[in-house]
Design a protein around this ligand. Structure first.
Ligand code: ATP
Ligand code: SF4
Length: 331
């Protein structure tokens, strides 16, 4: 089996605050994930603001260095000790797409110039080679080179421009695309087009996705696997339908309940942890214990290990069975 994604004891610590009130934020705290598959897969990373999702994506994309540990993508170590040194090799393995396509392109440059540069970087030098690579990538996202050529970002809708970003990401033929909130800035009516595009790229181009999202509905629709994060730790990981259909970790249960009741999204984009959040990052036992209805003394003392369940999922809770019982899903 191929290792699509693996993190091994992955840690990333940040320091926040001034000299007087300085706190360490373990944005990734001993994250161990492993997805093995011979087929392309879509893995979703969900959790409220400040859970560490973007940090994990940034580490994998080598935008930030991990404090320790490593990340492997398609059998290649891409971050941490032993990471592949060649940028070209790295780019042919994974590519990013970001939340706001209008920030990904300068307003003063034509979008096809970005695509051309990506094609040049991976070795397409001749005019016809570049055109063929661009044509192929744009066709696969439902666009034509002729419709894109010479146009500036403001001549596209958000949905179209996100398609162009995806086309750019496809040019190096990556094995996996890391997509951080790729549809949250796009009109609700167009979101499913992009999500469906992920599914068709997975089937037709064998591209896997790491999909970072607040939106549990699209995560349920599109994912094969799901990892739920809370304050830098994984709390539940496994088959997406099993987990979102019958969550076992109290935090996953809360997440699904809060979506069902309020349909709210979690907002935040500044690096300023609230006092409660900063405190939870410092907890030595289970970080969810102050919000958990099932917490007992051990939850304060010991970090819950991954308890593997019958269906293969991993639940990081001392009382995984008890929480399942609370949901009335076991005798
Ligand atoms: P969001 O959904 O809001 O993007 P997230 O789950 O992606 O949240 P991260 O952005 O990874 O979470 O942040 C995890 C924690 O690390 C937060 O407490 C955040 O404040 C902190 N953090 C992230 N980046 C930095 C940074 N560059 N400097 C300091 N702290 C940071
Ligand atoms: Fe709740 Fe304890 Fe489980 Fe944490 S380990 S989720 S506090 S029961």
């Amino acid at each position: 089996m191929i290792t699509v994604l693996k993190t091994t004891n992955l840690n990333k610590f940040y320091r926040l605050g001034g000299l007087v009130k300085r706190v360490r934020i373990n944005a990734l705290d001993d994250v161990n994930l492993s997805v093995q598959s011979n087929k392309p897969v879509i893995i979703s990373l969900v959790g409220e603001s400040g859970s560490g999702k973007t940090t994990l994506a940034k580490v994998i994309l080598r935008l930030v260095k991990p404090t320790s540990g490593s990340a492997t993508i398609y059998d290649q170590v891409v971050a941490g000790e032993g990471a592949i040194p060649s940028r070209k090799e790295f780019l042919s393995t994974l590519q990013p797409i970001f939340q706001n396509p209008f920030e990904a392109f300068s307003a003063y440059r034509t979008v096809d110039s970005y695509l051309q540069r990506t094609a040049n970087r991976i070795g397409h030098k001749s005019g016809s080679g570049v055109s063929a690579a661009l044509d192929e990538a744009l066709n696969s996202v439902g666009l034509k080179y002729a419709d894109v050529k010479g146009k500036y970002p403001n001549q596209f809708s958000g949905g179209e421009l996100q398609r162009v970003s995806i086309a750019r990401a496809l040019i190096p033929k990556p094995k996996i695309i890391i997509a951080d909130e790729p549809v949250s800035m796009i009109d609700a009516s167009l979101r499913m087009n992009i999500i469906n595009l992920f599914l068709s790229l997975k089937e037709d181009f064998n591209t896997s996705f790491l999909y970072i999202t607040h939106d549990l509905a699209t995560a349920y629709y599109v994912s094969d696997y799901i990892a739920v994060m809370y304050r830098g730790t994984i709390v539940e990981f496994g088959n997406a339908r099993d987990i979102l259909g019958s969550p076992q970790h109290p935090y996953t249960q809360l997440l699904l309940d809060s979506i069902a009741v309020t349909n709210r999204k979690w907002e935040r984009k500044t690096y300023k942890a609230s006092d409660i959040e900063a405190k939870e990052f410092q907890f030595s036992g289970c970080r969810f214990r102050n919000r958990c209805p099932y917490a007992e003394a051990i939850c304060k003392e010991e970090r819950p290990p991954a308890l593997r369940q019958e269906d293969g999922r991993e639940v990081y809770c001392h009382f995984a069975d008890k929480t399942r019982l609370a949901k009335g899903e076991a005798a």
